[in-house]
Design a protein around this ligand. Structure first.
Ligand code: TA6
Length: 298
C-alpha cells in the first residue's frame, strides 16, 4: 500500500480519517477535529483510546486529543474575562468546539510526512451564546513526531478572551509506575482541595486521583515509563499552563465511557492556556497553541 495516505472511515456515528505514513498511523474524527488514536510502528500507542469509548454525535470521545475551546473545564471556574464572552444558559464543560463538526480544509504530503488542516466554521459568529468572529483552525502534522497547532484569529473589532487546551490522553503501561518530569518546583492549583495553590516537590508520580493546573510550565515536559522502556516527550508553544489528570478508581467507575480499570493505562497532560494564562486577542490578532509529541527509548 503506498504511503503516506489519507482514507476516510466511519467509526460508530463519527466520520473519521485514517492517516498512514511509513512509520505511524493516526485516526482523527470530523467531530471536534479530535484525534482518536496515534501509534508508531514498533511501539505501544502514544495516545490512549478508551476501550469503552462511545462514538456518538454530540459526545466527546474519551480518547486522543479533545480540543477544549473557547473555554476550558467549568466556565464558572474561568476568569471573568472568559466568562463574559458567553451569553448562553448552560455552559458545556470544556467549551463548544469538541462536539461540533469541523471541516477538513486540505491534506498535503511532503517528504513522507502528512499535514491535514481542519477549521471550525461556526466559530466565525455562529456558536450558540458565543457571538464572536474567530477563525479557528487545527493543523495536524504527522512526520517523525506528531505536531498539533490550534490557531485562533480574531476577525472582529473587539477583544476576545479564551481559555483552551489540547486535552491529550497519553497511553502508559501503568500510571502508578510512571513519572512526569519538568514540573519540579512549579506552583499548581490543586482542584481536588478547594483549588488551593501548592508547590510541586520533585517529579510527579501518581498514587490517587489527580486533577491539577500547573502554572508557568516550561516548554518541555516528559512522561517516563520504565515498563514500556519509553519516554514520551511533549514540546509546547504558546502555552504557560498544563492540566494533569487521572481519575483513579472511583471517578473512573462513574464514567460510562471508561472501563473500571481504564485509569491505569492513561494519563492526561493537557497543553493549555488556563487560569492566569488565558489568551486575550485584540481585533485582528492571532494566537497559536502548539504541541509536538515524540518518544524516545529509555
Ligand atoms: O482536564 C481535567 C478535567 O477537567 C477533569 O476535571 C475531568 O473532568 C476531565 O477533564 C474530563 O472531562 P470530561 O468533560 O471530558 O469528562
Amino acid at each position: 500500500m503506498p504511503t503516506p495516505q489519507v482514507e476516510s472511515e466511519k467509526h460508530g456515528e463519527l466520520n473519521c480519517w485514517r492517516l498512514t505514513t511509513a512509520n505511524a498511523e493516526l485516526l482523527i474524527a470530523q467531530q471536534g477535529a479530535q484525534i482518536l488514536s496515534y501509534q508508531r510502528v514498533g511501539e505501544p500507542p502514544l495516545l490512549w483510546l478508551s476501550e469503552s469509548a462511545i462514538l456518538r454525535q454530540g459526545k466527546s470521545v474519551r480518547a486522543g486529543v479533545p480540543v477544549c475551546w473557547p473555554w476550558f473545564g467549568n466556565l464558572q471556574r474561568n476568569p471573568s474575562s472568559v466568562q463574559a464572552m458567553y451569553s448562553g444558559s448552560e455552559a458545556p464543560a470544556h467549551g463548544l468546539a469538541r462536539t461540533r463538526d469541523w471541516q477538513l480544509l486540505g491534506a498535503e504530503q511532503h517528504a513522507g510526512a502528512l499535514r491535514v488542516t481542519f477549521e471550525l466554521p461556526q466559530a466565525q459568529g455562529q456558536l450558540p451564546g458565543w457571538a464572536h468572529d474567530v477563525a479557528l483552525t487545527l493543523t495536524v502534522e504527522l512526520g517523525d513526531a506528531l505536531t498539533l497547532t490550534l490557531t485562533s484569529r480574531n476577525q472582529g473589532q473587539h477583544p476576545v478572551t479564551i481559555s483552551q487546551a489540547l486535552h491529550s490522553y497519553f497511553a502508559v503501561s501503568d500510571v502508578r509506575q510512571v513519572q512526569v518530569e519538568g514540573v519540579e518546583g512549579l506552583g499548581y492549583i490543586e482542584t481536588l482541595a478547594d483549588w488551593e495553590q501548592r508547590q510541586q516537590q520533585g517529579a510527579l508520580t501518581f498514587c490517587g486521583e489527580t486533577d491539577r493546573i500547573y502554572l508557568d510550565t516550561p516548554q518541555q515536559l516528559s512522561i517516563v515509563d520504565p515498563h514500556w522502556g519509553r519516554r514520551i516527550t511533549l514540546a509546547s508553544s504558546g502555552s504557560a499552563s498544563a492540566v494533569i489528570w487521572n481519575p483513579w478508581t472511583e471517578r473512573a467507575r462513574a464514567l460510562a465511557d471508561m472501563a473500571d480499570d481504564g485509569w491505569q493505562g492513561m494519563l492526561c497532560i493537557e497543553t493549555a492556556n488556563v487560569w492566569d494564562d488565558v489568551v486575550e486577542l485584540q481585533g485582528g490578532a492571532s494566537h497559536s497553541l502548539g504541541l509536538t509529541i515524540g518518544s524516545e527509548k529509555l
